[in-house]
Design a protein around this ligand. Structure first.
Ligand code: FE
Length: 136
């Protein structure tokens, strides 16, 4: 979690919902997020620090109302922690770089990984593959 001085900066830069989800472990309402039905090719970045977290090729329609992925873009992009809040035992998912709360991981995903990263749209920024700077 960000330090207090950083929190002030984040409050001014993020929307209230982005702040609530990433800094206060909030959850957006299902089917409310901007990226649930996004099928464009590209990368999903941490809305707080810009780190690349997920790739469109690993996104699938889970029917849950949240963007769902079978795997992060690379090992170590996200950090997983046990979450026992709300009377449930879940695996919480954070941005490894800045600690932003992203969502949860569940062991009920499709092949090949069998897991489902259930991620809040509000914690992500989408970068379309066509907008990526050309490699030179
Ligand atoms: Fe981050």
């Amino acid at each position: 979690m960000a330090r207090e001085s950083d929190q002030t900066e984040l409050r001014s830069r993020l929307t209230p919902e982005q702040f609530h989800v990433t800094q206060e472990k909030g959850t957006e309402a299902p089917f409310s997020g901007a990226l649930v039905d996004n099928h464009e090719p590209g990368r999903y970045l941490c809305v707080v620090c810009g780190e690349e977290l997920f790739d469109s090729s690993d996104k699938f329609d889970s029917g849950t109302g949240w963007p769902s992925f079978t795997t992060p873009v690379s090992e170590g992009a996200v950090r997983e922690e046990l979450d026992t809040s709300h009377g449930m035992i879940r695996t919480e998912v954070h941005c490894d770089n800045c600690g932003a709360h992203l969502g949860h991981m569940f062991p009920d995903g499709p092949a090949p990984t069998g897991v489902r990263y259930c991620i809040n749209s509000a914690s992500l920024e989408f970068r379309n593959a066509e907008e990526e700077p050309p490699a030179s």
